[in-house]
Write a protein that binds this ligand. Structure first.
Ligand code: ZN
Length: 450
């Protein structure tokens, strides 16, 4: 018989839990209810409490692996003796070995891996910037800890702790209403005042949560670590792996784990400006193999345009516009400023249409959208193209890699005579670049575009 795979640590705990639970709740008969209660308990248990079950699981797992190896050997030798069928034996061997190597590992906390992911894959360089909120400052002072605890956690002795005006204001507000541990609260406000308090410049006062969210931004271009204990309520921060979260779990400071799936998704979506070694990340080589790259390349050739198709850093669209307008007079930072100005001056044109760049599930206000658009490294979208067309009074023609549509164009609102036609290429709705006419057909098109 094939050795049977042993269950995980949780099931060994379940055996203990069930006995106790059924003694206390004799009326509960359903196994699923017991399982549910057990699962909830398991979630709240510390690693120390769980370790005895992990030990059992590890021991059983080791035995299983040994049995499996014996089984493989025996089966292999037996087959070899009895039947002289080499291919069959090899297949059998491979099959069984696969079973052994595919075993799931027992999970242990992996701060190191997550830290490595941020440092090596996402380019979070030392010294790190750590934005600390009131809850963590309170945690530190009430435990008699200092900022060093955070520095140790992320293995960066020069990490720079910062906080914002809104965090400080909220802490002061609570100190007036807080009934217990007032002295801790006062001490944590003292600690907050010792950090670099960065001004966040909102139009009006906002709560600390909103402040931190807009301060860090969806793409976290400043590569900030956020230290907070209340992240469960902050989906936008919490679910965005671009933002490393330092939080408190079972009474100790931890770096929030990011699963491999989350890591890969992040790399694919946002991490294009750094050299990527991971096989799952996009590299220039992968890019050139992708069907959309080939499609765009073909279209450029067909229409007679030249220009690079490349991975961008988030500034691709403004850079391409700047290049077309004349980069000397219109450096891309200035182009970005103009887009923001146009958005602020004419909310009536855009506020019903805009969606936050590069993150469709975020629920942002128009002002937050503008603020994000204003940041260096934030990706442009089709709305920012329309905004650019309006502000500069130009027609923007975009050759795309889209399967259905080869060309998108954006005409300025309320303008009879456009000043210029800008020609951009766009790969995967994201990577913009400037292009120039190569053939004579394309150059006539530049003047006759309609
Ligand atoms: Zn603020």
């Amino acid at each position: 018989m094939t050795p049977k795979k042993p269950p995980t640590a949780f099931f060994y705990y379940l055996e203990d839990f069930r006995k106790e639970f059924q003694e206390q709740n004799p009326h509960v008969k359903s196994m699923s209810e017991v399982g549910k209660a057990c699962g909830e308990k398991w979630k709240t248990m510390t690693y120390e409490e769980k370790i005895q079950y992990y030990d059992i699981a590890t021991e059983k797992r080791a035995k299983f692996e040994k049995d499996m190896m014996d089984y493989v050997k025996k089966k292999f030798c037996f087959s070899l003796r009895m039947r002289n069928n080499v291919t069959r034996i090899l297949r059998l061997k491979k099959e069984i070995l696969n079973k052994v190597t595919k075993r799931s590992r027992i999970k242990k906390p992996k701060t190191r891996d997550t830290l490595k992911f941020y440092r090596n894959q996402l380019g979070f360089e030392k010294p790190s910037t750590v934005l600390i909120d009131g809850s963590v400052l309170f945690y530190l002072t009430s435990r008699g800890l200092t900022i060093e605890a955070i520095r140790n956690l992320i293995d960066d002795s020069d990490a720079k702790p910062i906080t914002t005006e809104c965090v400080l204001r909220e802490m002061e507000y609570f100190s007036e209403r807080y009934s217990k541990s007032v002295s801790d609260l006062h001490r944590s406000i003292g600690l907050a005042n010792m950090l670099d308090v960065e001004s966040c410049m909102h139009e009006k006062e906002v709560n600390a949560e909103k402040c931190i969210r807009s301060f860090v931004g969806i793409n976290n271009t400043r590569k900030i670590f956020v230290a907070t204990t209340v992240n469960d309520y902050w989906p936008l921060v919490n679910k965005n792996p671009m933002i490393p979260i330092i939080t408190v779990d079972n009474g100790s400071l931890v770096l929030k784990q990011r699963s491999n799936k989350e890591q890969n998704r992040t790399i694919k979506k946002w991490c294009v400006e750094y050299p990527i070694q991971q096989p799952d990340g996009i590299t220039k080589k992968d890019l050139k193999k992708s069907p959309s790259y080939k499609r765009l390349k073909g279209r450029k050739k067909f229409y007679g345009y030249a220009g690079k198709i490349a991975l961008g850093d988030g500034n691709g669209q403004v850079r391409a516009i700047s290049e077309q307008l004349g980069a000397m007079e219109w450096p891309y930072q200035k182009v970005r400023e103009c887009l923001v100005k146009q958005l602020l001056l004419h909310p009536e044109l855009y506020q019903d249409h805009v969606s936050p760049p590069a993150n469709a599930d975020a629920d942002l206000t128009y002002l937050e959208y503008i603020k994000i658009t204003s940041r260096d490294g934030e990706w442009g979208d089709e709305y920012t193209l329309q905004v650019a067309a309006d502000f500069f009074e130009v027609i923007i023609v975009v050759l795309t890699s889209d399967e259905q549509v080869a060309v998108n164009d954006y005409f300025p609102h309320g303008v009879d005579d456009h000043k210029q036609v800008l020609f951009l290429s766009c790969l995967d709705e994201k990577y913009y670049n400037s292009m120039r006419p190569k053939s004579s057909i394309a150059s006539t098109c530049k003047y006759d575009y309609m």
